[in-house]
Design a protein around this ligand. Structure first.
Ligand SMILES: *[C@@H]1O[C@H](CO)[C@@H](O)[C@H](O)[C@H]1NC(C)=O
Ligand SMILES: *[C@@H]1O[C@H](CO)[C@@H](O)[C@H](O)[C@H]1NC(C)=O
Length: 265
């Protein structure tokens, strides 16, 4: 079966090249180009619903939706398939690659003050094991339950982010970890990060008592300002929420990772 698929692929590839050589437009290729669809939950959705959920996800990612609490019920299978299938991983890899190209293209100052900011949840660490037990965003967020998961300190690393972390560390960027987790999770967070391969950083900033109640945008903007007030230049910022990236004292360039499961304002 795999061989058959490969043969079909080769066949398509050669067709593309033949047609290219003949200066024929790509859209003259027979459709659909994908001959065999893998068995996924998407398959059980009507074309209309699939488009609606895709449209919703694009609106989430482009920050066009107002605050939202849970994912649309009709899109539960869609989000589950997106998160557990290959699409999410592809999207993470695309952003990581782009960020690495950007980081490598820069000439760092020789004062050692170029900084890269990383968010933690759904950026360096994945809470997918937790969310897969809680409907991938279908359930209303439960702070107490989530905290119990966080203190276990067993969230797996997001591999494309680890790759970026290793790249920017070796390029000489100062690593600033800026998370909405509260100060009482410092040990669990640090232990989890170290076990996941994120073993060195210059600052790990969590929400202190006085930061409670602030929006993520306000909290993270304030903390970025403190970083720049110390003389650092925030060259890159990497997070799964727009609230990790927007506000004030923003990075020269910000990278948004995909996350259709929840929204933090
Ligand atoms: C699609 O729906 C059918 C019938 O409800 C079910 O048996 C099947 O497992 C579903 N497939 C997937 C991939 O969810
Ligand atoms: C977490 O706390 C334990 C016990 O106090 C300590 O031994 C350990 O070094 C701490 N881990 C980190 C990463 O700070």
């Amino acid at each position: 079966m795999a061989f058959l698929r490969y043969a079909m692929f080769l066949c398509l590839v050669s067709m593309v090249f033949c047609q290219e050589n003949m200066d024929v437009e790509f859209d003259l290729l027979p459709r659909p180009l994908i001959i065999e669809y893998p068995e996924t939950r998407f398959k059980n959705m009507t074309e209309e619903l699939l488009m609606q959920c895709t449209s919703w996800r694009v609106a989430v990612e482009s920050n066009n939706l107002g605050p939202w609490i849970t994912i649309p019920t009709e899109c539960a299978d869609y989000v589950e398939e997106y998160m557990s299938g290959r699409a999410y991983d592809f999207d993470l890899q695309t952003v990581s690659k782009e960020a690495r190209v950007y980081a490598k293209s820069l000439e760092l100052g020789d004062d050692g003050m170029d900084a890269w900011v990383f968010d933690v949840d759904e950026t360096l660490l994945s809470n997918l094991p937790y969310y897969s037990d809680h409907g991938f965003g279908l359930e209303v967020f439960d702070c107490a339950q989530f905290d119990r998961w966080v203190v276990e300190g067993v969230a797996p690393v997001i591999k494309p982010s680890l790759k970026l972390y290793e790249e920017v560390s070796s390029l000489g960027f100062k690593i600033m970890l800026l998370t909405g987790r509260s100060e009482d999770k410092r040990n669990a967070t640090a232990t989890n990060l170290i076990n996941a391969g994120i073993d060195e950083w210059d600052k790990l900033i969590l929400r202190s008592e006085s930061d409670q109640g602030k929006s993520a945008v306000a909290f993270k903007s304030e903390k970025r300002k403190e970083i720049t007030d110390e003389g650092y230049r925030i060259i890159g910022n990497y997070g799964d929420q727009w609230s990790d990236l927007v506000g004030t004292s923003v990075a020269s360039r910000s990278f948004k990772l995909s996350n259709p499961m929840y929204h933090i304002p």
